[in-house]
Write a new protein. Structure first.
Length: 166
């Protein structure tokens, strides 16, 4: 009897505990591999980080279309792995994830809750996403292009300072 009760309690604890773990969208099908190691590195930042912005140089683009990943997703990205991962400890600041390039680029982000968030033309032809109340956790970032033929130089920017809108 004790063994049965202990197993039942353990089963309930495991079931309840799974709700506290970071839940990401399942891999497979039409989604990029957010579990893979990022191509250009991982940033580990906590609220009020300095210097701000943090920047990572990347080659934007890939061989698969981002259409269908989530609302507003467009362009060509590399589904095999993210360009950049951000491990972020949130505070009271907004979190702005953007990209800057001399060509028209897009951005695809898988946030800590597993939502796919995309943007094109946040500032001119440069994409970006503002998280007003960001979650702590892992953000996977891809930068796409509208030209599949070759990668394009771009810079991923992570900031807590709202950009000046043009």
């Amino acid at each position: 009897m004790r063994k049965t009760v202990a197993l039942a309690v353990l089963g309930l604890a495991l079931a309840a505990g799974s709700g506290f773990a970071q839940q990401k969208a399942p891999q497979g099908g039409p989604f990029p591999d957010w579990r893979a190691d990022p191509r250009y590195g991982t940033l580990n930042l906590r609220a009020d980080f300095q210097p701000d912005p943090r920047e990572v140089s990347v080659e934007a683009g890939g061989d698969r279309q981002a259409d269908g990943i989530g609302p507003g997703c467009a362009g060509w990205i590399d589904f095999s792995r993210p360009d950049v991962d951000l491990n972020y400890e949130a505070g009271s600041f907004p979190l702005i994830i953007s990209a800057v390039s001399s060509v028209d680029t897009t951005i695809v982000i898988n946030d800590p809750s597993g939502r796919w968030i995309c943007n094109d033309d946040f500032q001119g032809l440069n994409p970006g996403v503002v998280f007003e109340r960001p979650q702590s956790g892992n953000y996977n970032i891809w930068v796409g292009t509208f030209d599949r033929s070759r990668p394009q130089a771009a810079t991923v920017r992570i900031s807590e300072v709202m950009p000046q809108r043009r």
